[in-house]
Design a protein around this ligand. Structure first.
Ligand SMILES: NC(=O)c1ccc[n+]([C@@H]2O[C@H](COP(=O)([O-])OP(=O)(O)OC[C@H]3O[C@@H](n4cnc5c(N)ncnc54)[C@H](OP(=O)(O)O)[C@@H]3O)[C@@H](O)[C@H]2O)c1
Length: 271
């Protein structure tokens, strides 16, 4: 399949690990110019060097930024675009559904919990998307992908705040897409279901405690029987690679715009 991503400049937030790292790998395999980001420069450099080694056709660089800080978002965008425009923005970085390492019932969620999620899962991707959107619309080309969550469409009592904020980000993406009419700019969301990443292990630890299970291994099984993913048709966690393929699909396919692309193993029953 020809994805046309060779030589394209791609910024993936939260790409030192997890789904973002999977996206960095897959775009690098396509020969893109990939920017790896996370909070620490040494981690960004280490991951970028590793991917570069595996994908000599690509160009891979690391740029650190704490996306909770507006100045860092602006500095990151300026650094990435200093020698040419950005083609693809993957807004992937997000805070985990456990708040402070705990699954919190609705009545225990504090204002600070909501504010932390809102800042990381809505405001910082919005700020970056706003910068990219202005330039992409001016040059009539660009792809913006928000990695949100199937929890945006399937509210879950264990992650109420997370689902609400991801729903807002998914709505933002759709609204931005409406403003692209008649251009070659597209804005989509990719909505993964539970995927085993470093970040997600903390959630499973918390799930195990809540259910009185022995640990993560038992939680992984229980989650498909009594947990939120019991309706899964594939009966397993999706992989980082499957999520990354979906992001690549959304970036490479000019006919996909304003979509909420699910990678949910069939947990959402719809036609
Ligand atoms: N895994 C799942 O089950 C799942 C399901 C649905 C949706 N999602 C969504 O998919 C996205 C990725 O999830 P994941 O599980 O791959 O996450 P993860 O393993 O926890 O990785 C998070 C990434 O974000 C970066 N990051 C965290 N805080 C940051 C900050 N303040 N500034 C800049 N970068 C920051 C981390 O980099 P450093 O630690 O190096 O700073 C890391 O690269 C998130 O938006 C998540 O909500 C995940």
């Amino acid at each position: 399949m020809e994805t046309n991503m060779k030589g394209k400049k791609v910024l993936i937030t939260g790409s030192t690990k997890g789904i973002g790292r999977g996206c960095a790998d897959i775009f690098a395999k396509e020969g893109s110019h990939v920017f790896v980001t996370g909070r620490k420069q040494e981690d960004c450099d280490r991951v970028a060097a590793k991917i570069q080694q595996l994908c000599p056709e690509a160009k891979v660089a690391g740029v650190a930024a704490d996306l909770r800080i507006t100045e860092d978002v602006e500095r990151l965008y300026a650094e990435v675009t200093k020698d040419g425009p950005l083609d693809v923005l993957v807004n992937n970085a997000g805070v985990y559904p456990t708040v402070s390492g705990k699954i919190k019932p609705f009545l225990e969620l504090t204002d600070e919990d909501y504010e932390g999620l809102w800042l990381m899962d809505f405001m910082s991707p919005m700020r970056l998307a706003r910068l990219a959107f202005r330039d992409m619309m001016a040059r009539n080309y660009g792809k913006i992908i928000f990695v949100t969550s199937e929890a945006a469409l399937r509210p879950n009592k264990d992650v109420i705040a997370y689902g609400a904020v991801k729903a807002a980000a998914t709505a933002l993406a759709r609204g931005m897409a409406e403003a692209t009419k008649g251009t070659r700019v597209t804005v989509n969301s990719v909505l993964p279901v539970t995927t085993i990443t470093e970040g997600h292990i903390g959630y499973l630890e918390s799930y195990a405690k809540t259910r009185g299970l022995s640990g993560v291994e038992e939680a992984k099984k229980d989650y498909f029987i009594h947990g939120n993913d019991a309706p899964s048709l594939i009966g397993r966690f999706t992989t980082v690679e499957e999520c990354a393929m979906t992001v690549l699909f959304a970036a490479a396919n000019d006919g996909v715009n304003g979509n909420s692309v699910l990678i949910d193993g069939g947990v959402i029953r719809h036609i």
